[in-house]
Write a new protein. Structure first.
Lengths: 212, 485
């Protein structure tokens, strides 16, 4: 069985989406502890991907293919994971705030987070503050990722955070903000938990925040 | 005796795409519009399409038969004249006349006092305007930075235009928040011409509008397009695809998609009111696959932009291209390399407006020094574009014979006449080493900084007439009041 774990890690590295999904299912069927599959197979493989990306040996398109393979594996694994394990790979809501239709940065960050094992719910673009708050209430995510490209729509991110406070659920979710005009100062000013200057840092911050 | 069967090339000649390749890209773009379509998030636009030969499905997905696309694209004027507020500066937007200018709306400015990056304010835009007003090789002005020290971001555009007008008398390209914003900017600009109809004869600005690639058009972009069509305001619909992320990773694929996006806008404005002056464009670049930065220094940006310019010339539309910009965070060697190469390529391509001169930090940070550096680069490039004159006076056969072996040309009348056509650098150093040491061992960066200081200290543009100033302020005040409700 441990040979299959190695194959999973290798499959992730080479972005073999179907193979990684199938192997994960096989190990679950074989009765391996889901936590072991997660740690020694999936996270082990994605750690190598992360390292190779930092060393400029892998580029975004390859990393995203690995992320897709991770996603395929997590689809199989998530239903059998213990509550404690699945919170390590928690839920993220990603959304572009109202008035803004730009989404490439948000989508990229979402895919990278899937690669890190998160369950990503994409609310899409141009979403009203109240819709975002409703979704947070309903899905109870660990992380809310807010995106805006325009200086004119950026203030909406602060509005969402205030609305979360008013709804009494601000402390139940960590908020990460990103987008070209956003800065660390701005993130602090509006009371966000973290600022993501790019998708991979966003993913790192999300992992830090769920670890607490 | 004059010769027959001669071809004289008065300037260098450059192209990226052959006519057959342009036809392939154009044909593919027609297919995209007819089969894939584009989304429009705007009710009136969807109504206009529904009442035409276009087909609207899935709520807002518009597909247009190519017969209508081809009708629309032929309706735009082949040239556009722009005149600055005082009438002193005029530019022509047409094939192979290359005008250089700034970009717009950078959220940050490099602070000259502290050396830090900070949020751009009103005064930064006035300063950029004054620099551009002075620099001889910059022909049009975009705001460089985005004014953020205003009470309501929804009316920033009116304040920004005021800052631009205050500092600069050259023609402009303007961004605006929405249709209402554009209406105010157009009213403000019309004041300098004494009326709306008069304004149409001598427009001061081009409206900058962009779709969201791939193939998406948001409400405010469409509002601006429709208002421009209604009033005949020159406008550009300029996609900003990042190859590999919001467009195909191949240059040809990115060009097909961009052209489809622009031609979709052409159809919409045709349905509203045919004949709007339309400028093609696009910041067609790559997403860096390590940093995910939308690159302003990539060679692919210049390559794709020059190819896009070939397409624009074939279509008979003026072109909005890109140059003089960089991914570097500061004005360093990287900034100089990327600025120079992109300016040169854009110039050779013959684009009508080359914008984003002075952008640093991948289109996020504004540098005044970069404008000053680029002015020198553009001066050099324009010199290289002059070509070689081969008439008798220039072949100088008589002179060579007269001076003879071992003679000198320094004291001849011919030299006195023709050396004046050379490029004389204002900032580059060509001195000998000893002189350079004696004069303080200044680097290019030092000289750029000093020149920037000098311009800011000395150059004042022609002021705005008091009466017009008041009327401009009234328009802005009214907008503030409307939006504070």
């Amino acid at each position: 069985m441990s040979e299959k774990l190695g194959k999973i890690a290798d499959g992730l590295l080479h972005g073999k989406i179907d193979e990684v999904g199938e192997l994960t299912q096989e190990l679950i069927n074989d009765g391996m502890d889901p936590e072991e599959i997660l740690q020694k197979g999936l996270f082990a493989g994605m750690d190598v991907v992360g390292k190779k990306f930092r060393d400029c040996e892998m580029f975004i398109p390859e990393v995203l293919r690995s992320a897709k393979a991770m996603h395929a594996a997590m689809e199989k694994l998530r239903p059998v994971l213990s509550e404690e394990s699945s919170s390590k790979a928690g839920t993220v809501i990603m959304v572009t705030v109202q008035g803004d239709l730009h989404d490439i940065g948000k989508n990229l960050a979402g895919m990278m987070m899937e690669g890190a094992g998160f369950n990503v719910i994409d609310m899409g673009i141009d979403r009203k503050t109240e819709d975002i708050v409703e979704m947070v209430k309903k899905e109870k995510p660990q992380i809310l990722g807010l995106s805006a490209l325009l200086t004119t729509t950026m203030p909406k991110m602060g509005e969402v955070i205030n609305a979360l406070k008013e709804a009494g659920i601000r402390d139940q979710v960590k908020v990460i903000v990103g987008g070209a005009p956003v800065t660390d100062d701005f993130a602090q000013e509006i009371g966000a938990d973290a600022y993501a200057p790019n998708a991979s840092i966003g993913t790192e911050k999300a992992l830090e925040l769920v670890k607490g | 005796m004059p010769k027959i069967n001669q071809t004289i090339q008065t300037t260098p000649s450059f192209r990226v795409l052959s006519e057959n390749q342009i036809e392939m890209i154009y044909s593919a773009a027609l297919d995209v519009i007819q089969s894939t379509g584009a989304r429009f998030h705007h009710e009136e636009a969807l109504e206009l399409f529904k009442n035409s030969e276009a087909v609207v499905t899935d709520g807002n997905l518009v597909r247009v038969p190519l017969s209508l696309v081809e009708k629309a694209i032929k309706c735009h004027p082949r040239k556009i004249n722009l005149t600055g507020r005082t009438g002193k500066y005029k530019i022509k937007l047409e094939k192979d006349v290359v005008n250089f200018g700034t970009g717009s709306d950078l959220p940050f400015t490099y602070d000259r006092e502290t050396g830090e990056r900070r949020r751009t304010n009103y005064n930064d835009v006035v300063n950029a305007a004054r620099i551009v007003d002075f620099l001889p090789n910059l022909d049009f002005f975009m705001s460089h930075g985005i004014v953020q020290d205003v009470p309501n971001p929804q009316v920033y555009d009116r304040h920004q235009f005021m800052a631009m007008l205050k500092g600069c008398t050259k023609p402009m390209v303007l961004t605006c928040v929405d249709g209402d914003g554009l209406k105010d900017l157009w009213k403000m600009a019309s004041l300098f011409r004494g009326g709306e109809k008069e304004y149409r004869l001598e427009p001061l600005f081009v409206t900058y509008i962009e779709p969201i690639s791939p193939l998406k058009n948001d409400k405010t972009a469409v509002e601006k397009l429709l208002f421009s069509a209604e009033k005949g305001i020159p406008c550009m619909y300029t996609p900003c695809p990042s190859s590999g992320a919001t467009a195909p990773a191949t240059m040809a694929g990115m060009l097909v998609q961009s052209l489809s996006e622009t031609m979709m806008a052409s159809v919409l404005t045709y349905l509203k009111n045919p004949g709007m002056p339309l400028i093609m464009g696009g910041v067609t670049t790559v997403l860096d696959m390590i940093t995910t930065t939308y690159s302003y220094g990539a060679p692919e940006l210049s390559l794709a932009s020059a190819a896009n310019t070939d397409i624009s010339k074939w279509l008979g539309l003026p072109m909005f291209s890109t140059g003089g910009c960089t991914d570097s965070k500061v004005l360093d060697e990287q900034a100089a390399i990327e600025s120079a190469t992109s300016n040169f390529y854009a110039y050779l391509s013959g684009a009508s407006l080359v914008h984003d001169v002075g952008y640093i930090d991948s289109g996020v940070n504004a540098s005044l020094e970069s404008l000053v550096m680029n002015d020198e680069i553009i001066g050099m490039i324009r010199q290289m574009g002059k070509g070689i004159n081969t008439e008798d006076e220039y072949l100088a056969l008589e002179l060579i014979d007269k001076i003879g072996p071992g003679g000198e040309y320094l004291t001849s009348e011919h030299t006195l006449t023709h050396y004046k056509n050379w490029f004389q650098p204002r900032l580059q150093d060509r001195s000998d080493y000893e002189t350079w040491v004696r004069e303080g061992q200044k680097t290019m960066n030092d000289r750029i900084r000093e020149e920037t200081d000098r311009i800011l200290k000395e150059h004042q543009p022609e002021p705005i007439d008091d009466k017009i100033q008041k009327e401009l302020e009234q328009i802005i005040d009214a907008a503030e009041k409307r939006h504070s409700k």
